[in-house]
Design a protein around this ligand. Sequence first.
Ligand SMILES: [Zn+2]
Length: 433
Amino acid sequence: MLRTYMKRGALPDAPTRKALPESVQKWLKQWRRFQLRDGMLCREVMDARTHEIYFQILCPTERRKEVWQRYHEAAAHAGVEKTLSRIRRFFYWPCMEGEVQEFQLGCAVCSLRNREAPRAPLHPIKVSYPLEVVALDFLTLGRPTDRYQNILVMTDLFTHYAWAVPTKDQTAQTAVHALWAHVIQTFGCPAGNGGVERLNQTLLHMLRTLEAEKQQRWPEFLPELLQAYNNTVHGATGYAPSYLMFGRHLRQPVDVNLGVDPEPLCHDLKGWVRDHYQKLSFAYEMTRKNKNSAATQNKRVYDKRAQALPLVPGERVWVKDRDRQGQGKLHPGWSPEPHVVLERVGDTGVVYRVRPEKGGREKVLHRNALKLCITPATDNYSPAPEDNQEVQTLVEPPFYCVVPNVPALQDGLPDLRRSTRSNFGQPPARYRL
Ligand SMILES: [Zn+2]
């Protein structure tokens, strides 16, 4: 209907408008922002953080779930906010927040892999420009049969840009070697830091979402997961790490798959450099501000734990699965078979008798070993088929970061030229505002 009005180039008169369904009336309120582009109805938006103008395709009702699913999976089953931020770059529909939230609650992979994250103390480190401090941390997977036992996770503390390298041991020599090969050779020498980052938990989360067969070959999928991580908005900065690092949003396989390629903006070199500099200056200033408030906010969210609600007979639940079968930390932690609550046992209020939904042996379990199952009963959860065509073939030896294609800077813009500096510990001039 909206399309008809667009083609006519005029809004219907007030009485006609009032008679229209409420959903259409809502659309009409944003009338000035709509455009037809390549036959598709689009909405013009300005990103408040980057000041970029972009166009969102109005997503028809029947395709919304598919769009959500593609982005949610491409982001390795990220949370609502992160998934939304990625969808919003290309799509729009009314009430998308609520709908995406609903979709996520029904995602079987998400509800199975969400293990309680162990609490670690938060101690923020002050950083004020990219690659000032890189944090290193080893993550052990506890899978004795794997070729690689560890992942060295390196994170730039300002942009939260991350690299991950599978390693066989946890020696300092291994760490230095990886740091040299993956960070220093491309980006120069940052200060090191042994600080523990929250990324470890996120990375484990992402690895757990891999299907069992892919988990066996996790080092092959690590770059893909890292790319998803680096291209998703980070809570501490409000920006995607790769945006802060490279000043633009990197194109994702899922964007290409869905055919939502943004038109490249054509600039001459000077225009590009000026634009790039302005965008980054703005983003860095915002990030510095965000970081200060995020540190306090993070701690509050982190310390707040959700109370487990009592269960009612007949409710469907997931049951904690202690049989790890060599999967170590990559085990989802919850058995993929839904159970039904039969009754509460005793009067402590936290012990329940449950039975598999499809029938089977009854179990008596503590509330902590049970989790409410919101996935629809018809949704027969089974791992996706193994030959997933969307998975890229990766070439060894793996290199885990995307190198920006920065054109060589010309004369005439001396302030922006990369210097051969020796000012360790001091922010280079181009990061000072
Ligand atoms: Zn999910």
